[in-house]
Design a protein around this ligand. Structure first.
Ligand code: ADP
Ligand code: ASP
Ligand code: MG
Length: 420
């Protein structure tokens, strides 16, 4: 008798009918002889609705209260799903994060899981119940409710799967697997059979929201194999595996010489330029310290060569924290001694990802050529071992995704094609 964790996201919980469908799936697994833990997100749009409500009351909400507010979305979901399961004849029991208990640190809004004491879950399973756990939430040592960052129910599911030593961790959404790019952006996107955690982590961090990046990080660390499936259609789905090295994963899915496995895009991007920063030791640190102290991640960073003792520093941050970043930079104006600050929110980041890039030259050339041929101007470039990202005008995001998908022939050969 195996133990299966199944996670259903907001789109799967969007209505009473869909909740009945989720209940039928979980119950079918249970009736097939498995023990089942179901992790659920808030109903589609609910987390955004709650945030919107809070924003009508205050411009500077306290993180602690936002977590209390947002956690209600998942509370509604577990109760509704447990009711639907009971109506279908199952013994179902719902649990909030603190009842499990999922203990986190106290970083509200982006809490990190520290321990999971799954005993109450194990007891309910031993009684033959289907256990329904609220995703996205935990509790800190002092008993405050915390949340795990947007898309955090994926992390709840992976962490629970590790804690209860589940035989499978199934993540159900409105797509039937991981695609070479967002299938809602490009219909030619192709489902990938097997992808390494390393590549999936890169895709997720660069905007492929099909899995939350931190859930993939967790899966890699605790060696959880994630199976991504659709709630609405049956199919083989995609495996995200920690154990295979990327080339091996590529071979398993029948491809050879994979260079680029997928394209990600992130429209939640803003580009800041700090002009006339004095060319002196410690100035860059002072600039970024202000942001780091406020937990703002800086991504692509470019510093121009100094002219007459001054330089320009450009960097990107997530679009939704751009105003805060500007505020923090301006507060440092006199201490740092820069001249002016620009913020451009109309940009997006488009990235090509593939572990095969490590050993294959020419990927950047192919990428820049394809964008150039489409008349798309590149504003910033950043590279790592297994990805190349460009920042472009947001108006061209979808076009860029399509031309890059075509340039690397991702629709044809699984995972990409060898460069000539
Ligand atoms: P859930 O609400 O179930 O957590 P999400 O909306 O978070 O689901 O994630 C599923 C969505 O991820 C899909 O609808 C799709 O638009 C998007 N997506 C982005 N990149 C990819 C990709 N490479 N493969 C599959 N889906 C992707
Ligand atoms: N409800 C949360 C969100 O919208 C968590 C999740 O969906 O995974 O981000
Ligand atoms: Mg999600």
């Amino acid at each position: 008798m195996s133990l299966i964790v199944q996670k259903f996201g907001g789109s799967s919980m969007a209505s009473a009918e869909r909740i009945q469908l989720v209940a039928r799936r979980a119950l079918a697994t249970h009736r097939a002889g498995h023990r089942v833990v179901v992790v659920v997100s808030a109903m589609a749009g609910e987390t955004d609705r709650l945030l919107q409500l809070a924003s009508q009351l205050t411009k500077k909400p306290h993180d602690r209260e936002i977590d209390v507010l947002l956690a209600t979305g998942e509370q509604v979901s577990i109760a509704l799903l447990a009711l639907a399961l009971q109506e279908q004849g199952a013994d179902a029991r719902s649990f909030l994060g603190h009842q499990v208990r999922i203990e986190t640190d106290s970083s509200h809004g982006q809490a990190r899981i520290q321990t999971i004491d799954a005993e109450p879950v194990q007891e309910a399973l031993a009684d033959g119940a289907i256990v329904v756990v609220a995703g996205f939430q935990g509790v800190d040592a002092a008993g405050n409710i915390t949340t795990l960052g947007r898309g955090g129910s994926d992390l709840s599911a992976v962490a629970l799967a590790a804690a209860v030593q589940a035989d499978a961790c199934e993540i159900y959404s409105d797509v039937d697997g991981i695609y070479t790019t967002d299938p809602n952006v490009y219909a030619k996107a192709r489902r990938i059979d097997v992808i390494s955690c390393e590549e999936m982590l890169e895709l997720a961090s660069l905007g492929a929201k099909v899995l939350q990046a931190r859930s993939v990080e967790f899966a890699l660390k605790y060696r959880v194999r994630i199976h991504c499936l659709s709630t609405f259609v049956d199919g083989p789905g995609s495996w995200v595996v920690p154990d295979a090295d990327p080339q091996e994963a590529a071979m398993q899915s029948g491809m050879e010489g994979a260079v680029v496995i997928g394209i990600a895009h992130d429209r939640n991007t803003a580009w800041l330029t700090v002009h006339g920063v004095p060319d002196q030791p410690g100035k860059a640190a002072a600039l970024f310290r202000a942001l780091a102290n406020d937990h703002i991640n800086v991504d692509v960073i470019i510093q121009n060569p100094a002219i007459h003792g001054r330089t320009d520093v450009c960097f990107t941050v997530a679009g939704n924290v751009a105003d805060r970043a500007v505020e923090l930079m301006n507060a440092q104006h006199d201490a740092i001694g820069f001249t002016t600050l620009d913020c451009n929110k109309g940009v997006a980041k488009v990235s090509v990802v593939g572990a095969g890039m490590r050993s294959q030259p020419g990927v950047a050339l192919r990428m820049f050529q394809a964008l150039g041929d489409a008349g798309i101007n590149i504003l910033l470039i950043s590279t790592s071992e297994i990805k190349i990202s460009v920042v472009i005008d947001d108006r061209y995001t979808e076009l860029a995704v399509r031309v890059l998908h075509d340039a690397f022939e991702l629709e044809k050969v699984p995972g990409g094609t060898a460069l000539a």
